[in-house]
Ligand binder design. Structure first.
Ligand code: PMP
Length: 457
């Protein structure tokens, strides 16, 4: 799409005057933000014709199949012309087909509940837990545990379940019944070096279950790999122990795949790297790669049955609705998105290119002392920046901001996590579209090398 020069000026002025941008400090918004006009694969063009390589998949890890997918637009167009909407007790073609295709990728899971954002998908999971507690445990087993540094969404209850204080500040009081347990970032081991870290970190969750009383805890929610909280990979043995503890205390395991789902980490779902069986899985961003707003709360048949009414209990089913969960364009886009992931072998590409990216980070680490740790799985990787490798003291966030800023000037878009365990925004994150090529991976490394050299010399 070409926008004429005089229209660009007017659009920028209108934006400055009326658009309230997400997570953008007022000063930055007033200084002006780029006007993006077109995308293709990983490439983006702004209104001045400047080209960017987007390693952030639209800023917040969404565009798994890349920009400019006409086949998704066509599928959405066709569906909208046939039937755009119906909600409640009626089937639609894309709703049925996508649910079936999704369950096919998730052995052990059975039911798909549609909504339209990651926060909402998690809210649905929480409501399921609360209703199961009400129906089967006299309301007692209602607490939901969450992990330090994990994020589960922007609504007040999803924030109540989020372990990122910097995002919670100024929004309390929160929904009662949500309890935090400690993080599992081995690079910032809080238990000393003579422990089996993965098992010890999982036991920290068990300690909270026991402190709260297992008969009051209905579920735990975790990200398979913590995203915005600092790219935290589970240590060896962690997930197995988490599942074991959940089984021991009859606690449902909810896995938040809002970021990791649909190939981001080199498997269909992040949890599948660790061979564990969840009770509920939530997902959003990559489900339709940003071509339509769609999220899913996927459960086992057992969870579905716990929320089915008994004879004579007319109010016993899951008493919830999501109006826009009935938009048919969303599963139509999701179905085509999944077809692309499959036909173009993008899950495998994510695994392969992720290894190449991480290997590139290792070479940068050997060269730049400011890099303390590099970590990732598939195309979801991070670089933790430190002022001192020995003490692992984090760099001030102005340093990581300067690196990200220099990358942007050089035409590479990358992300920075919210505050990390270390207390600063010192982790750079990378989540390019899964269509990335070897040459594009190498370009990311090249630009980063230049940015680190210039900013951190
Ligand atoms: N869960 C995770 C792990 C996320 O990263 C996010 C968003 N960044 C959400 C949930 C919330 O998703 P949404 O913004 O679509 O509500």
């Amino acid at each position: 799409m070409n926008i004429k020069a005089d229209e660009v000026a007017s659009l920028k002025a209108l934006d400055k005057e009326h658009v309230w941008h997400h997570i953008t400090p007022t000063a930055a918004a007033k200084a002006g933000v780029p006007l993006f006009v077109r995308g293709e694969g990983l490439q983006l063009w702004d209104s001045e014709g400047k080209e960017y390589l987007d390693a952030s998949s639209g800023g917040v890890w969404v565009t798994n199949v890349g920009y400019g997918r006409r086949e998704i637009a066509d599928a959405v167009h066709e569906q909208l012309c046939a039937l755009n909407y119906f909600s409640g007790a009626a089937a639609t073609k894309p709703g049925a087909l996508f649910a079936d295709a999704l369950i096919d990728k998730m052995p052990g899971m059975s039911r798909v509940y549609y909504s339209s954002s990651g926060s909402e998908a998690n809210e649905k999971a929480f409501k399921m837990v609360r209703q199961i507690a009400a129906k089967h445990y006299g309301g007692k087993k209602h607490k939901i545990l969450f992990r330090e540094r994990d994020y589960h969404g922007t609504t007040i209850t999803a924030l109540s379940a989020s372990g990122q204080n910097e995002r919670r500040e100024q929004f309390g009081p929160f929904t009662p019944g949500f309890v935090e347990f400690p993080h599992c970032l081995e690079y910032r081991n809080q238990y000393g070096n003579d422990v089996d870290y993965g098992v010890r970190a999982a036991e920290a969750m068990e300690e909270v279950i026991l402190r709260e009383g297992a008969d009051t805890v209905g579920a735990v929610i975790l990200e398979p790999i913590t995203a915005g909280g600092g790219i935290i990979l589970p240590p060896q043995g962690y997930w197995e122990k988490i599942r074991e503890i959940c089984d021991k205390y009859n606690v449902l395991l909810i896995i938040d795949e809002v970021v990791c789902g649909l190939g981001r980490t080199g498997a269909w779902f992040g949890y599948q790297h660790y061979g564990i069986k969840p009770d509920m899985v939530t997902m959003a961003k990559g489900v339709a790669s940003g071509y339509a707003p769609i999220s899913c709360t996927v459960t086992t048949e057992k969870v579905y049955e716990l929320l089915s009414e008994a004879e004579g209990d007319h109010l016993g089913f899951f008493r919830d609705i999501s109006t826009f969960g009935g938009c048919t364009s969303a599963p139509a886009a999701a179905l085509k998105n999944m077809e692309i992931l499959e036909n173009e072998n993008l899950i495998e590409n994510s695994a392969r290119m992720g290894e190449r990216l991480l290997a590139g980070f290792e070479t940068l680490k050997a060269k730049h002392p400011v890099i303390g740790d590099v970590r990732g799985k598939g195309l979801f990787c991070g670089i933790e920046m430190v002022a001192d490798r020995e003490t692992r003291e984090p760099v001030h966030e102005s340093v990581s901001a300067a690196v990200a800023g220099r990358c942007k000037e050089l035409g590479l878009l990358i992300g920075r996590t919210n505050r990390s365990i270390a207390g600063y925004n010192n982790v750079l994150n990378f989540a390019p579209a899964l269509v990335i090529t070897e040459a594009q991976v190498d370009r990311i490394i090249e630009v980063l090398d230049q940015a680190f050299s210039e900013v951190c010399a």
